[in-house]
Design a protein. Structure first.
Length: 115
């Protein structure tokens, strides 16, 4: 099982980034896919989740209207479009796959929002 994130980097406040997570080794379409983040000195927190195609989407309140989660089951990929980025969005962003008692994590991708 692998979850490989990409797309992180340094961006100025107000800018945008698109994160990708490519999954392999499990039936991607059957899993709830989520993005979490962890800022320095803070606990990991949920950013957004998406059930399989056509299913529900959930966002943390502070991300609503700025972040968009989506998935492409044909490509085994989940995305996180992040707009209007703020310095407080600086964190390591992790991809998560969950179904019943199975749960997998990616290695994370660093996002730094700074001028």
């Amino acid at each position: 099982v692998q979850l490989v994130e990409s797309g992180g980097g340094l961006v100025q406040p107000g800018g945008s980034l698109r994160l990708s997570c490519v999954a392999s080794g499990f039936t991607f379409s059957s899993y709830v896919m989520s993005w979490y983040r962890q800022a320095p000195g803070k606990e990991r927190e949920l950013v957004a989740s998406i059930i399989s195609a056509g299913g529900g989407i959930n966002y943390a309140d502070s991300m609503k209207g700025r972040f968009t989660i989506s998935r492409d089951n044909a490509k085994n990929t989940v995305y996180l479009q992040m707009n209007s980025l703020k310095p407080e969005d600086t964190a390591v962003y992790y991809c998560n796959a969950r179904r019943l008692w199975y749960e997998y994590w990616g290695q994370g991708t660093q996002v730094i929002v700074s001028s």
